[in-house]
Design a protein around this ligand. Structure first.
Ligand code: PMP
Ligand code: GLU
Length: 395
């Protein structure tokens, strides 16, 4: 029989988050009044001056290749944000721009992981991490956390999972899907562990600007001794509401890693879209007050969603410190009404109540579903009312 698929393609699971978003859009196009809690993207329009920058770039004829790892202007704009926001000094030669932060992560895994290498991944985790690590031949080692601890990892548990094959630690604080932001003392302990065991740290800081209450953001690279072993990943998708323009980046003071990520990109996608880079330059260099306004709106929506959850018997959730997701505990309802797991619950919500949510399984928990509050207050109220009815029906 003709061999078509590689083993790694055959084993790969497609992105559950993108699948739900697609399903949501499809139902809406069929006229179904679906409440979308699936989307992992801001619902605000991309700011006008950012769109304008992309148009002007096209009109200037910037429809050709740029340097593989991004234009110098964009690398400088990235460095500027690091220094102005966090006092972190990077040189343009320490930045690689890619087609979204997801692509930056993909390049990093391809550049650093050998067959059998172990990478620590903290649960609950973003759906793409284990798959991307496995695609590069590595083994994701899941570090369990406890919901009672607000999903904050215990450094002693982390250390107990480190073996001679562990090469890297992958962090995402604030986290998708739980919204937890790791406290400073835990981050310091993780930095000490990385130092003690000589691990590379990949810090996905895509939600750094979306922190609520009095939380402030600590870039991992600013922790004592951490910068030289840290690859910071970020992008413009979430902060400036421009997910579809596909610009993300990494920053790392290790020339060999920067070169390897660029070389991998040179043999796969080449440079990210030229006009999208121009738009990202404007986003990073332009006024930043819109980011705060968006953050404030997200915070109000989080409060609203948490208030509504508190009113529904049987449901509970850890209050997210950041990002725009609530990781809702639905364990009371598993086993009822033929619902076997988180996928069953999400399917039940979609089929009977037209509420789209992402099952927790692909994030590492069958006791949860993920609700995105990147949607209007009206939709939050409508969707939570439907969830209340769904739970009441299940009893
Ligand atoms: N990391 C996390 C934790 C995310 O939630 C996302 C969501 N898209 C990304 C990375 C990638 O974002 P993008 O590729 O749009 O920059
Ligand atoms: N990161 C977002 C999410 O978790 C967008 C979709 C994706 O890239 O996975 O929903």
């Amino acid at each position: 029989m003709m061999k078509i698929l590689s083993q790694r393609a055959a084993l790969l699971k497609p992105s559950a988050t993108l699948a739900i978003s697609a399903k949501e859009k499809e139902l809406r196009s069929q006229g179904v009044d679906v409440v979308g809690f699936g989307a992992g993207e801001p619902d605000f329009p991309t700011p006008a001056w950012i769109r304008e920058a992309a148009k002007k770039s096209l009109d200037r004829g910037e429809t050709f290749y740029t340097p593989v790892g991004g234009s110098l202007d964009l690398k400088k704009a990235v460095c500027r944000r690091f220094v102005e926001d966090y006092g972190l000094e990077y040189q343009p030669g320490e930045i690689v721009v890619s087609c979204g932060a997801k692509h930056s992560l993909y390049n990093i895994f391809q550049a650093t992981i050998d067959q059998g290498d172990e990478v620590l991944v903290f649960a609950p985790y973003w759906v793409s991490y284990p798959e991307m690590i496995a695609l590069s031949g590595g083994s994701p080692i899941i570090v369990p956390t406890r919901e009672e601890d607000g999903f904050v990892p215990d450094p002693a548990v982390v250390e107990s999972l480190i073996t001679s094959r562990t090469t890297a630690m992958l962090l995402n604080s604030p986290s998708n899907p739980s919204g937890v932001s790791y406290p400073q003392d835990v981050l310091v302990k993780l930095a000490e562990l990385a130092d003690k065991h000589d691990l590379l740290v990949i810090s996905d800081e895509i939600y750094d600007k979306l922190l609520y209450d009095n939380h402030s953001f600590t870039p991992f690279a600013t922790l004592p001794g951490a910068k030289n072993r840290t690859v910071t990943v970020n992008g413009v998708s979430k902060t400036y509401a421009m997910t579809g323009l596909r610009i993300g980046y990494l920053a790392c003071p290790r020339p060999e890693l920067v070169k390897a990520a660029t070389d991998i990109q040179s043999q796969s996608t080449s440079n990210p879209s030229n006009p999208a880079q121009a738009a990202a330059v404007e986003a990073l260099n332009g006024p930043q007050d819109g980011v705060l306004q968006m953050r404030d709106i997200f915070e109000r929506r989080r409060n609203l969603m948490m208030d509504e959850i508190a009113k529904i018997p049987g449901l509970r959730a850890t209050r997210p410190d950041g990002a725009f997701y609530v990781f809702l505990n639905i364990s009371q309802f598993v086993g009822k009404g033929g619902i076997a797991d988180s996928t069953g619950f999400a399917q039940y919500l979609l089929d009977r109540y037209a509420v789209a949510a992402v099952p927790g399984g692909p994030f590492g928990s069958e006791d949860h579903i993920r609700l995105s509050f990147a949607t209007s207050e009206e939709c939050i109220l409508k969707g939570m009312d439907r969830i209340r009815k769904a739970c009441a029906e299940l009893g």
